[in-house]
Design a protein. Structure first.
Length: 396
């Protein structure tokens, strides 16, 4: 880890050896915000995004920056280790992928009918939050509730995926990456606009992506409530797809199996935590909480390894780690630089299911950083428990 001092701001704690200039500029802009606490931690998968780099961790005193949380609020990972062995699934992987496409909407597709769920109960989680206030507590969610219900249990596109993998002991895993679908984007954009109005009304000069809200302000409180809904919705979304995929595997293989491990993480959210003796609002954008002993999922790219690791609770990272390999080139750049033949070579024998080949090429292994190098750079943050290699992947 290297420390980089920022004139007029808090220092950067860099767990990445070569941070691209655009991402470095974004990190320094965040470091100069007046309410940022102690330092900003940059993970080894970091790259440029909106406001804070993807792979950034920022603790704030009583303020929230919507675009430093991210637009796919609650996006995260789910990984399940089964008692199945690789030789038991090899001949059926294509059938598993095809059935996954049939039952799980991907890309921009939704379910045609609302899915049965008490979404406010999912949000309340039995803790008697503000469920009784309904619309006034979750105005954006309430406005789009019909489409939210139809998006429950859907994968999305981009870097979202479902993979069948095998670990070093031969056990089969199912890994899934998805978020809060369109509602997270709508919440992020709505409160970013409110934040822009807030800073403008007080003649505060700040870059357009860095507008913020005090948590004591009505819009700040509303944002945190709606963000929390999106995080819980995203967890439920992944759980729905988990159940479908495990049923598909059972049906295609015509055999039952046990679940040996179940790992769930999120990487776009803000949470109240205590660090360095203060209660602060920790923004994790493309970063995962990795408290001491906590299991985390760190995917590579399709065609390369992924990892299950155990957090070391490093205080300098605000008890965080990377959320994956991180992009090394943009999607348009990948399409120009990687041919179909090169992509197929990179994928090797991995069974691929994707509606459009160009969408898959945008997510090619060569478009991402070397996951093993990322793991090396965060050896102080996590220890490796399982190394997973892909057998099949389903992409939106």
């Amino acid at each position: 880890m290297k420390i980089r001092n920022v004139p007029g701001g808090v220092p950067l704690y860099l767990y990445i050896e070569n941070l691209e200039p655009g991402a470095l500029e974004q990190a320094e802009n965040c470091a100069r915000l007046p309410f940022v606490f102690h330092h900003i931690a940059i993970m080894p998968d970091a790259h440029e995004g909106y406001a804070m780099p993807i792979g950034g961790v920022m603790a704030c005193r009583d303020h929230v920056v919507p675009y430093a949380v991210g637009v796919d609020i609650g996006c995260g990972m789910l990984a399940v280790r089964t008692s199945l062995k690789a030789h038991e699934v090899q001949g059926d992987l294509e059938n598993v992928v095809n059935e996954g496409f049939r039952r799980i909407p991907v890309g921009f597709d939704w379910h045609k009918k609302p899915q049965s769920a008490d979404l406010f109960s999912i949000w309340d989680d039995g803790k008697n939050k503000k469920r009784r206030h309904g619309e006034e507590t979750l105005p954006v969610v309430t406005e789009h509730l019909d489409e939210v219900r139809k998006q429950l249990g859907t994968l999305g596109g981009g870097n979202h995926f479902i993979e069948i993998q095998v670990d070093q002991e031969g056990h089969v895993w199912m890994m899934l990456h998805s978020g809060s679908r369109n509602i997270g984007l709508k919440v992020a954009n709505h409160y970013h606009k409110r934040a822009q109005e807030y800073v403008k009304s007080r003649n505060i000069r700040v870059g357009k992506d860095y507008s913020y809200l005090p948590v004591s302000h009505e819009d700040g409180r509303l944002y945190l409530d709606e963000m929390d809904f999106c995080v819980r919705f995203a967890f439920e979304n992944r759980d729905r797809m988990r159940a479908v995929m495990l049923d598909i595997i059972r049906e295609v293989l015509r055999k039952d199996f046990q679940i040996l491990e179940d790992v769930r993480t999120a990487h776009n959210y803000a949470s109240w935590e205590e660090h360095y003796g203060e209660r602060v609002l920790v923004h994790r954008k493309g970063a995962v909480r990795a408290r001491k002993g906590e299991l985390v999922t760190i995917p590579g790219s399709m065609g390369t390894a992924s990892y299950i690791a155990r957090g070391k609770g490093a205080p300098e990272s605000f008890e965080s780690c990377s959320h994956g390999a991180g992009r090394s080139m943009g999607r348009r750049q990948a399409l120009k630089a990687i041919s179909k033949e090169e992509f197929e070579h990179q994928m090797g024998h991995v069974v691929l299911g994707c509606p459009k080949i160009k969408d898959a090429i945008q997510e090619a292994p060569a478009a991402y950083k070397d996951i093993d190098e990322v793991m090396r750079q965060q050896a102080d943050l996590v220890e490796i428990v399982h190394r997973l290699t892909p057998l099949a992947v389903l992409k939106g």
